[in-house]
Design a protein around this ligand. Structure first.
Ligand SMILES: Nc1ncnc2c1ncn2[C@@H]1O[C@H](COP(=O)(O)OP(=O)(O)O)[C@@H](O)[C@H]1O
Ligand SMILES: [Mg+2]
Length: 594
């Protein structure tokens, strides 16, 4: 178990192994597929290595007396036959191993997605959507590449180089030693360059995530951009970011671009050495011409694995970095967790009690709520207060979206931290200010929390939310599709649909956090009145910036700078709270004048 606040390990080799252990189960799961794949790969390599031997025999045979074209034909057919098998096995390994890497990618993606859904707001506050999207695209792709082509190239390079070296040594050990002199230089250079590659690659990835995030926020706030005619400005900023992305990519390309030619150059130095020394050996008659040709063929075969090594190291490094990033998210635990032995949630919830609750957002210093004490009973509790006074924060804590200290929040008389979290959340319906309506029919949107609700139930809650008539006026009534390519609803209509959804879901706690802000005052008044029968034996908390509709609430609290400034019913507050009285008068008078 990871203790809270334990420092993250810096990237060392231990860490890489830890990271790799993440994908180990997948290797086990797909072991047969991998086995067949690598066997095919081995077969391809084996067959490829035989071809230079055949060429050697053909060439050596040419020099001997009695060489006939039939014998040559035979060799020719042998090579063609081998090539056919090579083709078949090549298909085999590609299909198996690249198939494996696709499965690996899919499984990791599913894991990541389902894990993301378990995390709470605390996590999503820290990570931008762009970061998460980059993880699900770039990073997964890098892992897939490493687990597919990377693995293949590595196995291929290993087998080919060992085999080629053995054959070369068999022909002439001394010449082999001379031929591989430049190889360590190649390895060192690769290492040096691949480190750089690694660093630039990371930069590219980060910049890409910034770009995605920028597009996302721009599209989300398109109206604001238009209203402030910020199109040019945004485009300019996007252009700057795009340029940086190109710069980063170009730097990456420069290093990548040097890696291959330089490797090729070094590999060719080997060839030069072989031509010099091997040629002399052939002339001296120490090796046959056939041996000499076969030797250069093997050396040629060795070139690719040596170059591949650089590429593969880089691929693996990218893969591990990406996997590390994915692992970091998979290691995240929801901040609010259920106790291992939860107390049964009370069948009937009579009261929610807040006792000396002080709250600071994660990773922040200043307490946003200070010493809140409050008892909430059946009926409606109204919360009012200036913007930033902590109303949303309090309603989110009551909705169990952020963690609370022990002994600060009670259901009946039980500390909520002792209750099963999922069960608690099943008892709560939250209507936030910016509600989500799915591109689905109105009916399905309302009945989300209770899919088996019948028509009458749906219409009852729609009436209570004062949206029934407007739904009937839509082209297809309750069957009208909302959203993409469907009917667009106004903010107030969406809020009322969300309210109807909450009412239908029949929870014991209903929290409306400014969820009627886009509804006009008359309608809000009407809605709160119509909700009374629904909340008679339930707890309903309504945050609103308009006081008149809330006057019907059973109880009201006025929040000010994270504290409860005063509480009571409407009449009491008119006398007690200057803030309440002033705002109430201001709002009602202004309404009177309009
Ligand atoms: N997720 C958050 N992280 C950090 N601070 C926050 C967060 N949400 C709100 N705050 C801060 O908490 C204070 C109260 O905000 P909020 O509860 O939204 O007030 P209200 O709903 O009354 O307008 C504000 O100062 C705001 O800046
Ligand atoms: Mg708010």
């Amino acid at each position: 178990m990871r203790a809270a606040g334990e420092p993250k390990l810096s990237s060392g080799s231990d860490n890489s192994w830890q990271t790799l252990s993440l994908v180990l189960p997948f290797f086990k799961q797909y072991r047969w597929q991998l086995f067949i794949g690598f066997l095919s790969l081995l077969a391809v390599n084996g067959l490829q290595l035989v071809i230079p031997r055949i060429i050697k025999h053909a060439i050596d045979g040419l020099q001997q007396a009695g060489a006939s074209s039939e014998v040559l034909m035979q060799y020719g057919f042998m090579i063609v036959g081998l090539a056919l098998f090579i083709a078949i096995f090549r298909f085999g390994w590609r299909f198996m191993i690249l198939g494996f890497s696709r499965h690996l990618e899919k499984d990791l993606r599913n894991w990541l997605f389902s894990h993301l859904l378990t995390l709470d707001r605390v996590f999503f506050q820290r990570r931008t959507t762009g970061e998460i999207m980059a993880l699900a695209t770039n990073d997964l792709a890098a892992v897939q590449l490493a687990g597919g082509m990377g693995l293949v190239a590595f196995a291929d390079a290993l087998v080919l180089s060992v085999a080629a070296l053995s054959f070369m040594a068999y022909i002439h050990p001394g010449l082999t030693l001379i031929a591989i002199v430049p190889m360590p230089v190649l390895a060192l250079l690769t290492r040096f360059l691949s480190r750089r590659l690694h660093r630039y690659f990371k930069k590219v990835q980060e910049q890409f995530s910034r770009l995605t995030q920028f597009v996302r926020t721009s599209i989300n706030s398109i109206r604001m951009i238009k209203a402030y005619t910020m199109e040019k400005n945004q485009t300019k900023r996007f252009d700057v970011m795009g340029r940086e992305y190109v710069q980063d990519n170009l730097r990456l390309a420069k290093v990548q671009g040097t890696l291959f030619p330089v490797s090729g150059f070094i590999a060719n130095t080997s060839m030069l050495l072989v031509l010099l020394f091997g040629g002399r050996l052939t002339i001296q008659g120490s090796i046959t011409i056939g041996d000499f040709v076969a030797f250069t063929s093997y050396l040629f075969m060795l070139t690719w694995p040596m170059m591949a090594l650089g590429w593969v190291t880089n691929l693996f490094q990218r893969g591990v970095t990406s996997l590390q990033r994915i692992k970091n998210v998979l290691d995240e635990q929801p901040v609010i967790i259920s106790p291992s032995e939860p107390v049964q949630v009370p069948e009937k919830l009579n009261s929610i009690v807040v006792r000396n609750l002080t709250f600071t957002y994660p990773d922040q210093n200043d307490a946003i709520l200070q010493d809140i004490s409050l008892e909430i009973n059946w009926g409606i509790l109204g919360i009012v207060g200036r913007t930033g006074s902590g109303k949303t924060t309090l309603s989110h804590l009551l909705a169990r979206l952020y963690p609370v200290e022990n002994d600060t929040l009670f259901w009946n008389i039980i500390d909520v931290n002792k209750l099963d979290l999922a069960e608690v959340r099943r008892r709560i319906a939250l209507v936030p200010q910016d509600v989500t309506v799915f591109s689905d029919t109105v009916r399905d949107n309302i009945s989300m929390g209770k899919p088996d609700a019948n028509r009458e139930e749906i219409e009852t809650v729609a009436r209570a939310a004062a949206i029934h008539d407007e739904i009937l006026a839509l082209p297809e009534g309750y069957d009208t599709r909302i959203g993409e390519r469907g009917v667009k609803l106004s903010g107030g209509q969406r809020q009322r649909i969300a309210l109807a959804r909450a009412l239908l879901s029949d929870r014991q706690v209903l929290i409306i956090d400014d969820g009627l802000s886009a509804v006009d005052m008359e309608t809000e008044h009407q809605i709160i009145g119509a909700m009374q029968p629904f909340v008679r034996d339930r707890i309903c908390i309504i945050v609103s910036h308009r006081l008149a509709p809330l006057a019907q609430a059973d109880r009201l609290i006025v929040m000010d700078r994270g504290k409860i400034a005063s509480q009571g019913d409407h009449e009491q507050l008119l006398r007690k709270s200057r803030f309440y009285a002033t705002i109430y008068e201001y709002q009602t008078n202004r309404l009177g004048k309009v």
